[in-house]
Design a protein around this ligand. Sequence first.
Ligand SMILES: Cc1cc2nc3c(=O)[nH]c(=O)nc-3n(C[C@H](O)[C@H](O)[C@H](O)COP(=O)(O)OP(=O)(O)OC[C@H]3O[C@@H](n4cnc5c(N)ncnc54)[C@H](O)[C@@H]3O)c2cc1C
Length: 418
Amino acid sequence: MSAKHAVVIGAGVVGACTAIYLQRDGFRVTLIDKGAPGEGASLGNAGCFNASSVTPASMPGMLSQVPRWLLDPMGPLTIRWQYLPVIAPWLWRFVRAGRPERVAQIAAALRPMVGPTVGMHRELARAAGIEHLIHHVGHLHAYRSDEGFAKDAAAMALRQSQGVKIDELDFDELRQLEPDLDRGFIRARLISENGHCGDPLKLTVGYVEHVKRHGGTFRRALATGFKFDGAKATAVYTDQGDIAGDVFVVTGGAWSRKLAAALGDDVPLDTERGYHVVIKDPEVRPRTPTMSFEGKFVVTPMDMGLRAAGTAEFAGLEAPPNWARAEILVKQVQAMYPKLARDLPAERISRWMGFRPSMPDSLPVVCPASRTPNAFFAFGHGHVGLISAPMTGRLITDLIVGKTPTIDPTPYAATRFR
Ligand SMILES: Cc1cc2nc3c(=O)[nH]c(=O)nc-3n(C[C@H](O)[C@H](O)[C@H](O)COP(=O)(O)OP(=O)(O)OC[C@H]3O[C@@H](n4cnc5c(N)ncnc54)[C@H](O)[C@@H]3O)c2cc1C
């Protein structure tokens, strides 16, 4: 009997991991993408494999800080006001997800998804011959004031409630670990179970190459809808012709909403756009990815330089980037590492904007389509898609083949907002 053919729509890190697990379970896999593999959100993220990322974007007490953030041009959150009417229902659900009892449930649902990230990525990367991209040196949360340290206590307690071990570092201990960090950072918390990636684009490309080496196919095509025979999907329509398959998985990141609708599910997926800057040949080489609590951005040492990533911008998928957001990151990273050159020449800085695929409750959608028995969803991972990709790939494969999944899929149902 010939192998079943799985068509995976979207070759970001989630689609690539999904393709690997499907192949391991005997499927013939075609991965399709409107662009080159890995060039969506998976290209430019902060590279953090944070097993501790159980804190949803909407947290209790956050609402009171939002007006200040929105009014501050240097602030971590911004909204294009023309987009407000479009995103208002999403924002309402986002606010509701920040209720304390819901936050505890979300954290419990995220931990099995994110917890095994370092080990799973290491195993996949080893199989793909790119293990050198996986680092396991922990993650620092650094604070410029005791007030900031205290404000972050609730989020840290939430992580601890999920079994995350957190070490507190005083001024001297922080200097010993990261001597180049600005002396204005007076304390930190270190989460040792976390890891990071030396180059997120190379990771996804490496995974896709691995799929190809094992008989999979990559096709560059824009998926526009599905052909059906009764309830079952038989092919995906693309601008390069129809691609037939036995099973279809939507892994289109922030662009998945229309494809999910074509399969019968209306999901409240939107995007939190984020920015990064990379400073090449940096004068400093910090060892540990470090989150500035006050700045709400992360600096990660990567193979191509020092990457500072963060900010959330509600402006949808069409509006052009606001590069002033990236300029702010340059200034912030210079303030964080004073030994970095002040007058960085243009060729030493690269800027990027990308689309986090964000659900209002910070939980992904990993489930069967409710009306199409041979179609499945794996998208909506928001801030934690790199971290969650291996477990998502494994879970969706288990659901497709009908194996008992290793983690409970219930919290990731597309229907949870009905
Ligand atoms: C600034 C920033 C920092 C971040 N930092 C981290 C971090 O440190 N750790 C972490 O875990 N996450 C982080 N994230 C989030 C993470 O990058 C995303 O959650 C993750 O990349 C999503 O992966 P994906 O494969 O679902 O989506 P994507 O990488 O966006 O891939 C989706 C792919 O689908 C393709 N596609 C979409 N629609 C179609 C269609 N109709 N036809 C064909 N192809 C289609 C797209 O071209 C794209 O390549 C960050 C994000 C940003 C913006």
